[in-house]
Design a protein around this ligand. Structure first.
Ligand SMILES: C[C@@H]1N[C@@H](c2nc3ccccc3[nH]2)[C@H](O)[C@@H]1O
Length: 449
């Protein structure tokens, strides 16, 4: 084990109540909104091929022209209560909102830069009404903050010269000021979701970032900060030089989901996901593969079955309205969650062998198991392998608890649960209440081969 001054300061999951609540969220909403929503992936009638929130990096637009979008920021259809109501309808338990993306435009009236809503036609703070509206819906708020800031004169991708070093010192103070400002202005925020921290300039600031993280945690006890904020003194990110997770949860699952429990190394984690293949900010062209409700429900179930949370991204339009396709998804996901959220909220990895029909989750603090079925076998028989000395007490559809399902023991630890109807046409949940077996051995001994 290497002696590290700026590595991880904790081994294993956090054990406090704030993190336990985060662990049980199951489903979250991501909001990407800012000046990039105005062009929406298009400029002078030409479509930008990259992610819409990166359009400033396109050589199809002079940087100063993009930066002048601040004078067009006037979201007349912005309605914080509507955004929060959409998240509530979907069944999201937390929301991560961009306060400042890579372009440096601040959705709050920061006193450390002029590049904020205060100097736009809109003039007003966007963050406060949003945070209040989500708080009112009982949805916890996490603040997204991009360290990389293309608007700030002190930003550097690397520190190569004395001038770079002097400029970046100013940038570091600006970053610290803005973060302490956000925590002070919005004290109900539960955490910070850092982005734009991969460039060498920031990776070289292990000591500064470590001290800043400590300072923020002192200012806001219980604050949740992921593994993407800071590197250790050897430049190691997400996991320090001893392989220990940095921060409170693994933040590497961006547009990808772990496949097996070993992939999450016993850590807390969440997956952040776009509806199109790779668009976070609003893109006029709703093109390429757009994930369906069933795909998104399966991603949610898969994340919870592996001990994580699934965070679905929304990219509101430049005028502040949420596009109809995203509203439809929120309504359809919410429909399913209304009936089935018991299998998602406050659930965890069940520790059972994955079966083809779908995903197991287990209620935290209980033995109750949920089987979230996406692939109904033609036999209508759902295979289950339970730990030794465990049998099935009873099993039923979450949507019809009075109707017990027939279960059949195949061998000591394997069972079939027989569905009465194999034409569900949409994902459903089977509840499995296990029993401790009364000390009986296996009915059939293992074959001697
Ligand atoms: C959560 C996501 N992270 C940003 C991002 N920028 C990237 C640059 C290179 C590779 C991956 C990236 N993800 C995306 O713009 C979005 O905010």
């Amino acid at each position: 084990k290497l002696q590290l001054k700026h590595g991880s300061h904790r081994v294993g999951k956090r054990t406090d109540a704030v993190m336990a609540k985060w662990r049980g969220y199951g489903l979250g909403q991501f909001i990407h909104w800012g000046l990039y929503a105005i062009p929406g992936g298009e400029w002078n009638g030409k479509q930008y091929n990259g992610a819409a929130e990166w359009i400033r990096s396109w050589n199809g637009i002079p940087k100063s022209t993009y930066d002048s979008l601040i004078y067009k920021f006037n979201p007349v259809n912005f309605n914080a209560e509507e955004w929060a109501a959409t998240a509530k309808q979907m069944g999201a338990k937390y929301v991560t909102i961009t306060t400042k993306h890579h372009d440096g435009f601040c959705l709050w009236p920061s006193k450390y830069t002029n590049y904020t809503v205060a100097n736009s036609p809109w003039k007003k703070d966007i963050m406060k009404p949003l945070i209040d509206a989500y708080d009112k819906q009982g949805i916890d708020v996490i603040l997204y903050f991009s360290v990389m800031d293309w608007n700030h004169p002190g930003w550097r991708y690397d520190i190569k010269t004395k001038e770079d070093s002097i400029a970046f010192e100013g940038f570091k103070q600006f970053t610290r000021n803005q973060l302490l400002e956000l925590l002070t202005l919005y004290p109900t925020a539960k955490g910070l979701w850092f982005d734009g921290t991969w460039d060498k300039s920031w990776v070289k600031q292990a000591a500064f970032a470590d001290e800043l993280e400590t300072e923020m945690r002192k200012l806001r006890p219980g604050l949740i900060i992921g593994s993407r904020f800071r590197a250790d003194e050897n430049g190691k990110r997400h996991f320090d030089s001893n392989g220990v997770l940095m921060g409170d949860y693994e933040q590497g699952w961006e547009r990808k989901i772990p496949n097996k429990i070993e992939d999450v190394h016993g850590n807390d984690w969440d997956c952040v996901m776009t509806v199109p293949e790779n668009q976070w900010g609003y893109n006029k062209a709703w093109k390429g593969h757009i994930k369906t409700t069933n795909e998104l429900l399966e991603m949610t179930a898969k994340c919870v079955s592996l001990g994580g949370n699934f965070v679905l991204n929304f990219g509101p339009q430049g005028d502040g309205a949420i596009r109809k396709e995203e509203k439809q998804l929120a309504a359809q996901i919410g429909d399913w969650m209304k009936t089935n959220n018991e299998a998602i909220y406050n659930c965890e990895y069940a520790g059972l062998e994955k079966q083809d029909w779908g995903y197991f989750t287990k209620k935290t603090g209980s033995d109750k198991l949920y089987m979230i079925v996406f692939n109904v076998p033609v036999s209508g028989a759902l295979k289950v392998k339970l730990p030794a000395n465990t049998s099935i007490g009873k099993s039923y559809l979450l949507a019809q608890p009075a109707q017990l399902l027939n279960t059949e023991e195949i061998s000591g630890t394997e069972y079939f649960i027989h569905l009465k109807n194999t034409a569900a046409g949409k994902p459903f949940v089977v509840v499995l209440e296990p029993n401790a077996k009364k000390g009986s051995g296996n009915t059939y001994d293992k074959a001697k081969t």
